[in-house]
Design a protein around this ligand. Structure first.
Ligand SMILES: [Zn+2]
Length: 178
């Protein structure tokens, strides 16, 4: 019922979902958050300034919602995937600092030389750096990493979504005290 172009982009805005104990659970779209509100599964804690309109009603866009029923979810793990490595490394080549949409994944210690397929051996690299580094270690190639890659946790993952509009999220993501 809210399907218009302007509503469309607003409805894709990120919403922080909290468990009943206020621990951050996931990010969903505003579209999903509005549905959950209609189903009476969540309370809206914080809203954006934006509103979406249908012919009959106007809804203020939720920004933070809290579940009404506790979800048992202990894993703070982030799934190892190409997408999540790119998010961790901010689509930035970890060798030269270039940003590009055609980024590759580089094995710091090459696979053929025993390097693992794990967070601490995988980084975003631009095509030129990946090619230049070839089958060498960073030391051999004289291409030092800009920062040591670590396994991210979910809090880091959520933090990637914070920008000017999401300052209200900060206390829930432990960036500052209440
Ligand atoms: Zn590069």
């Amino acid at each position: 019922m809210f399907q218009t172009t302007r509503n469309g982009s607003l409805l894709n805005k990120a919403v922080l979902v909290l468990n009943t104990n206020y621990s951050p659970l996931m990010i969903c779209t505003a579209r999903r958050a509005i549905c959950l509100k209609y189903l009476e599964k969540v309370d809206i804690l914080v809203t954006y300034k934006d509103k979406v309109h249908s012919p009959s009603i106007t809804v203020v866009l939720p920004s933070i919602i809290k579940l009404k029923d506790f979800v048992h979810y202990h894993s703070m793990n982030v799934v190892l995937s190409r997408k999540n490595i790119m998010i961790r490394d901010r689509h930035t080549c970890q060798y030269c600092g270039a940003k590009s949409s055609s980024m590759t994944i580089d094995h710091i210690i090459p696979k053929e030389r025993g390097g693992s397929d794990y967070w601490d051996n995988l980084v975003a690299a631009c095509q030129q750096c990946n090619k230049k580094k070839d089958n060498l270690t960073p030391d051999e190639a004289k291409m030092p990493l800009q920062r040591l890659p670590r396994k991210p946790n979910r809090i880091h993952y959520f933090q990637q979504f914070i920008n000017r509009d999401q300052t209200a999220w900060r206390p829930y993501l432990f960036l500052e005290s209440f």
